[in-house]
Design a protein around this ligand. Structure first.
Ligand SMILES: Cc1cc2nc3c(=O)[nH]c(=O)nc-3n(C[C@H](O)[C@H](O)[C@H](O)COP(=O)(O)O)c2cc1C
Length: 149
């Protein structure tokens, strides 16, 4: 079977969300035949998304919403949404209480891309603790399992 790729696209200023992204990547890498590409949202080109078979999108909460960097990426990917349609998607956020609001803002926008949802999304307060990392890793593995189906 050919190799499958998961793109983890994230926005992170002080590292909390990046740590969560890493935990998701660790879980996804446990699945044989799946490679993981972790990139900051601002560095992603539409081609990176088109060539991926599944996605994890992550952001810190900024004014109870996703980071601008991620929203800009979604605006760019809107033009290639037919190439992303039906692929598995997991969402993750961190915040200081506003992490669920940020997750909901992403849920609404990503819904336009007709995803195959991998739920629940992972919303963590502050820096991820060990229990958060375990949960994120489990969801990363679930995403990778879905990508292989
Ligand atoms: C400009 C800005 C706005 C923020 N607004 C919120 C907010 O509305 N609600 C909230 O819970 N946290 C807010 N935060 C806190 C961050 O979401 C939180 O510290 C997060 O874990 C940082 O993630 P990072 O280390 O990946 O950057 C804000 C942080 C910044 C820099």
């Amino acid at each position: 079977m050919s190799n499958k790729k998961i793109l983890i696209a994230y926005a992170s200023r002080t590292g909390n969300t990046e740590k969560l992204a890493q935990a998701i990547a660790d879980g996804a890498k446990k699945v044989e035949g799946v490679t993981v590409e972790m990139k900051r949202a601002k560095d992603i080109k539409p081609g990176d998304a088109i060539s991926a078979d599944g996605y994890a999108f992550g952001s810190h909460s900024a004014f109870e919403y996703m980071a601008g960097e991620l929203k800009t990426l979604f605006e760019e990917l809107y033009h290639v949404r037919d190439k992303m349609s039906g692929k598995p998607v997991l969402l993750f956020t961190t915040g200081m209480g506003g992490q669920v609001a940020a997750l909901e803002s992403m849920d609404k926008v990503v819904g336009v891309f007709n995803p195959r949802w991998i739920k629940p999304g992972v919303a963590v307060e502050g820096a991820p603790r060990e229990t958060d990392r375990v949960k994120a890793s489990e969801m990363g593995k679930k995403l990778a399992d879905a990508v292989k189906k």
